[in-house]
Ligand binder design. Structure first.
Ligand code: NAD
Ligand code: AKB
Length: 321
């Protein structure tokens, strides 16, 4: 049975990933950690520890005490917050990854690190964006993700650390709010639709980006880590996508459930600039071929499920950006 440590457990992904890992591998085998204390519900559901992932000694001690053999490294600063404080993004994203990789080299752990569609930039082909192509992002977030992918591959080649990752698109979920990204509009829109019947979007009409519903994102993380290593030609990191959404496309789908839902625009130039530098559609053939990636939710299924849960009071607020 795997012994797992998760960093950044309280975020949008961690709040879904930790319960799923505990279901699969046993409650006591999954140590949830975050730089901040989390709700009693999370802390009492299994082992939890406050841990700053940039502190290599603390990460080393936590891995040793828990006897972890696998680290899911989720702690990071996302794209919109990163543009507000680039040095913080560089520090958190790079120092924490280097700490996790060093500890994993010493203590022989496998490592999952999410990358992002943010690795791509204006020079990358936009539709479709291939698995292997030009990656010259204009955001500090994207720069840390490209450097992170390369560092993970380096640790695999040089030290034999089993590093794997996926390039997530924008993730849509209820529960923990998104952490300050460019794709947060695709979560906010659902909360505003249910609460107020209207939404003012910070991206412009026609801005298409790849997206995925969180249950599929969790399957991707677990799927790539369970994949047969002999089938993997790539490691860090696989393009994965489930749907392509522009604000007006998603609004039309929401309107089928919330008649009269109104969409207006109040464009934020910073996040609009980031979105325009990202792909319209990534090609995830390599993930499908090498480890059987296949999403379950399309736009219609995701929208129905999101609205069902939010109407039942399963939401937890909107984005922090
Ligand atoms: P999030 O912002 O929701 O959560 C990040 C968590 O990390 C927070 O709970 C925060 O408290 C914690 N954290 C911050 N600094 C820390 C530190 N120094 N030590 C320990 N914990 C710290 O992020 P998320 O959406 O859950 O993203 C997780 C990973 O997935 C990130 O690497 C992100 O780049 C990547 N990703 C996310 C998305 C998305 O749409 N959510 C898309 C692509 C990639
Ligand atoms: C962001 O918008 O920063 C994230 C991502 C796509 O990496 N959601």
């Amino acid at each position: 049975m795997k012994r797992i440590l998760v960093t950044g457990s309280g975020g949008q992904i961690g709040s879904w990933l930790v319960p799923r890992l505990r279901e699969l591998y046993g409650e006591s085998n999954v140590l949830a950690t975050d730089i901040r204390t989390l709700s009693a519900e999370v802390v009492e559901a299994g082992p939890f520890q406050v841990l700053d992932a940039t502190d290599v000694r603390a990460v080393g001690q936590a891995v040793m005490r828990h006897e972890a053999d696998t680290v899911f490294h989720l702690a990071a600063i996302l794209s919109a917050i990163g543009e507000k404080d680039p040095r913080l993004a560089w520090h958190v994203n790079m120092t924490s990854l280097e700490a996790v990789l060093e500890v994993s080299r010493e203590q022989r752990c496998a490592v999952f690190t999410p990358s992002s569609i943010g690795v791509f930039g204006p020079d990358s082909p936009k539709d479709p964006t291939p698995q292997d192509t030009v990656m010259r992002p204009h955001t500090i977030y994207g720069i840390t993700k490209v450097a992170g992918e390369l560092l993970c591959d380096y640790y695999a080649r040089r030290y034999g650390v089993d590093t794997r990752g996926v390039r997530y698109p924008g993730l849509i979920s209820y529960g923990a709010p998104p952490g300050g990204g460019t794709t947060d509009w695709a979560v906010d829109i659902f909360y505003q639709a249910v609460e107020h019947g209207r939404y003012s979007c910070f991206l412009a009409e026609g801005t298409q980006l790849d997206m995925m519903y969180m249950p599929d994102a969790i399957s991707a993380a677990i799927g790539v880590m369970e994949a047969d290593p002999d089938r993997l030609a790539h490691r860090n990191a696989f393009n994965v996508t489930a749907m392509q959404l522009a604000p007006e496309t998603l609004a039309a789908e929401i309107r089928k459930h919330v008649p009269g839902f109104e969409l207006t625009y109040d464009v934020d130039p910073v996040r609009q600039g980031i979105a325009e530098s990202w792909p319209d559609r990534i090609d995830d053939t390599a993930a499908r071929r090498e480890w059987g990636w296949k999403p379950e939710y399309d736009m219609a299924a995701m929208t129905a499920d999101m609205l069902h849960h939010l109407k039942n009071g399963d939401g937890a607020g909107t984005a922090s950006s």
